[in-house]
Design a protein around this ligand. Structure first.
Ligand code: SF4
Ligand code: SF4
Length: 79
């Protein structure tokens, strides 16, 4: 399992989640409109879920249906 950042992060990108992630697996770049979680590095601690002010983060099995494409979007950012 891994955690996934979804649409509410787009345009917010405030980086609060980075301050609680113990393994530094949340990244972005200047071109990206959101942050992404590396599924190979996330240790499923869930600390970021509560930290996010816009409820953008879900574990991959509870991502709302309309945001399921974000599961691949997070993975592809690191490929
Ligand atoms: S679940 Fe934990 S390890 Fe995974 S991105 Fe969130 S804070 Fe980092
Ligand atoms: S805390 Fe939420 S809105 Fe802020 S960068 Fe992380 S996922 Fe995006």
């Amino acid at each position: 399992m891994a955690f996934v950042i979804t649409e509410p992060c787009v345009g917010v990108k405030d980086a609060t989640c980075l301050t609680v992630c113990p393994v530094d697996c949340i990244h972005t770049n200047e071109e990206a409109d959101q942050y992404y979680i590396s599924p190979d590095d996330c240790i499923d601690c869930a600390y970021c879920v509560e930290a996010c002010p816009v409820q953008a983060i879900f574990d991959e099995f509870t991502v709302p249906a309309q945001w399921r494409p974000y599961i691949n979007k997070n993975r592809e950012f690191f490929n």
